[in-house]
Ligand binder design. Sequence first.
Ligand code: GLN
Length: 305
Amino acid sequence: MPSIEVCFFETKKALKEAGIAEYEAETGVIFEHLGIGRMKRLLDGKEELSEELYEKLSLMVEKRRTGYPLAYITGIKNFAGFDFKVDENVLIPRFDTENLVEEIRRYCKGKRVLDLCTGSGCIIIALSLLGDIASGVGTDLSPKALEIARENAKRLHADNVKFFCGDLFDALVNVNEQVDQKQDALQEERSSAENERFDIIVSNPPYIRTQVIETLEKQVREYEPRMALDGDGDGLKFYRKICRGAKRWLTPSGILAFEIGFDQADEVSALMKENGFSGIRLIKDLNGLDRVLVGFADLEEKDHV
Ligand code: GLN
């Protein structure tokens, strides 16, 4: 078997040839995943790689060369300093989304927070771990995504976060359908969530315009869940629905915060204003692109439907 050093070099080369921009960093992540951190590489670089690890490495490199996302290969993505489990059922948490977490962190101490389109649960779990929230709820239409979100909450000990399945706010509503015994506990939790209002609603919903999806890079377009990307013809479907529904679920002085696409600030802030939010603030990401909108409800009791 070749040495660790040689394998590292060959991996970098293979990923570079496959056109992977971050080939150097990704090689580091692959080796970490194999249990060979930077120190080990530097100190024991001349050691042979075991046959078992060599096989694992070859498989990972082959998959990655086809454009399959690295996070799905390792099954892990770091977000806001925590390792989240991910698979093909969830959008891979983005570095850009940390802007939303950073922004909301300063408002959320002791608050009840709702995260719509929670996916892997990364936003609400990070807020629970970093922001000292009173409690959190995440909802998503995909039951498989919620399995991952629940597992993440468990692994990371975000014990005050619950997840419900359904379309946006509908997930919170106690539908009067026949439920089997196993569902009873969940149903009870749901109906208590239904009577609850939230101090903060956050969401990073699917916001890519349908026609634009085909132009995204292969690793996104082919492997990440389409339902986590597609915001319909104008990309605004979820913002529209969330803005309309937010009043029913927010406390009178609640906060609504979104991640947005770089060209959606005007349209989304208009939707927020139309639905009774003011003091809207736009936050840019590190690349200087519009990324987060935060709005403040100022709802009279009479507005409280
Ligand atoms: N809220 C999750 C995230 O930010 C999933 C978002 C989505 O599915 N659009 O990663």
